[in-house]
Design a protein around this ligand. Structure first.
Ligand code: GCU
Length: 426
């Protein structure tokens, strides 16, 4: 690896932080809307004791905790107590003339420790040089290393990224996903952005669990099959919150204006992160499909059995019990989206991304509406999805764009519009 800079300075901050299974299943995937079948969604606004939820206070005190517990015990796994884990930060580079001079970039190494073992993660952050005292920031994971998000040769890749890479030099990925990171637009609109490779938190490759942050927690065993054992999505969600912890140490970041954007499997993790950590004030789930925004009961595209058989596991072992029995889930994904209320949530689909079930993603967001209404807020207007390129930007937002499973400039411009609406309305 060639690096053309020297470390500028090193700061150390110690923080105490609060807070495979399955089998591949062969079956035909349905892409015929007329064969989706009928289904009944479990009631969002009825408590387990059968009481109707009619106020936001009742939602917050009774129903929301019930649903959080169900998603923890049945789907994403329980996020363990992390009071024994510390993190320190090392500033590796700082460049006040990044992106042609319009941004300041920082690369910060996070060193997580349980007192015996340490793991590293690498954050890349850009903040606009726009004179604003504080700026809103988007947080999001990348898939192929921080250096894949830009052609800038000073951007580093992490230890875990190099570990996961199978063949060839890790540097070959440089810039390969820059089209997914509209840094210029984000900065031009006055936002900062902070990204990390998702493998740094939980390597998405079998056999590497010992390199995930999960391995730092008490009682860790790589083969544990506890029904509510957290897996990759739980870990990724936890890691996003650790990025917010870091942002809170940056004076220029407005921590009251932090958005999270996740694509695909990270669109699932972004929803789970937003459900648990209310510091995410805008939650954006792009092309997240099954196990994300899409209703599990709709038999279209990927199924619960398929997504929960992916290795290493993304969901907790208890989720496997619902293979072929999605109609027995005590919730559906509309309930996950509703856990963002009263914060703003946005779901984005792509027309050709049939695997992710665009209509199911829309309906997941639509059926979260009644919880927003408890707060006097506005969900999506109708059970019929909008046409392509007709974004809806209420407190629940949605768009479907032309094209494939991806994150494009079109998506980012819509995410920025949505964030503007919720962050800059005063
Ligand atoms: C697979 C998986 C999806 C997931 C996607 C991704 O297609 O089946 O559930 O969203 O990978 O994360 O890229």
């Amino acid at each position: 690896m060639k690096i053309h800079f020297k470390p500028i300075c090193t700061t150390m901050v110690i923080l105490s932080m609060a807070g495979t299974h399955g089998r591949a299943q062969q079956r035909d995937v349905n892409y015929d809307e007329s064969k989706v079948g009928t289904y009944t969604l479990p009631p969002l606004l009825t408590t387990e004791g059968g009481q109707s939820v009619t106020t936001s206070a009742q939602w917050e005190q009774q129903r929301r905790p019930e649903l959080l517990e169900l998603f923890s015990s049945q789907m994403y796994g329980r996020t363990p107590d992390d009071s024994g884990i510390t993190v320190r930060y090392e500033l590796l580079t700082e460049n006040a003339a990044a992106l042609g001079g319009k941004a300041t970039s920082k690369q910060v190494k996070f060193i997580f420790s349980n007192g015996k073992k340490e793991l590293e993660a690498l954050l890349l952050m850009y903040l606009p040089n726009n004179g604003a005292e504080q700026v809103p920031v988007f947080v999001g994971y990348n898939f192929k290393g921080n250096h894949s998000t830009t052609t800038d040769t000073t951007i580093l890749y992490s230890k875990n990224f190099a570990l996961v890479k199978e063949a060839g030099h890790p540097d070959w990925e440089r810039g390969c996903q820059s089209s997914r990171w509209s840094y210029d637009d984000i900065i031009d609109r006055g936002y900062g952005v902070a990204t990390m490779c998702y493998h740094d938190i939980f390597p998405d490759k079998p056999g590497l669990k010992d390199h995930s942050i999960v391995s730092l927690f008490p009682g860790y065993s790589p083969d544990s099959e506890a029904p509510d054992e957290w897996q990759a999505i739980g870990a990724w969600a936890w890691g996003s919150s650790r990025i917010v912890d870091y942002l809170a140490t940056e004076p220029r970041v407005d921590t009251a204006q932090v958005a999270i954007m996740g694509h695909s499997r990270q669109g699932k993790a972004a929803l789970w992160a937003g459900a648990q950590d209310t510091r995410f004030k805008v939650v954006i789930s792009n092309n997240s499909g099954e196990g994300g925004a899409a209703l599990s009961r709709r038999d279209y595209g990927e199924t619960l059995a398929i997504v929960s058989s992916i290795k290493p596991a993304w969901f907790c072992p208890a989720y496997d019990a619902y293979h072929g029995r999605a109609d027995e889930l005590p919730f559906d994904q509309h309930a996950l989206i509703a856990l963002m209320a009263p914060r703003a949530v946005y779901v984005a689909s792509a027309e050709e991304d049939r695997w992710a079930d665009p209509k199911g993603e829309y309906l997941g967001a639509y059926h979260a509406g009644p919880v927003y209404e408890l707060y006097g807020l506005q969900g999506l207007p109708s059970a019929t999805p909008p046409a392509i390129h007709q974004p809806i930007m209420h407190d629940v937002g949605y768009h479907i764009r032309a094209g494939k499973h991806d994150v494009t400039q079109y998506d980012w411009l819509a995410f920025l519009d949505f964030a503007d609406k919720h962050f800059k309305q005063d």
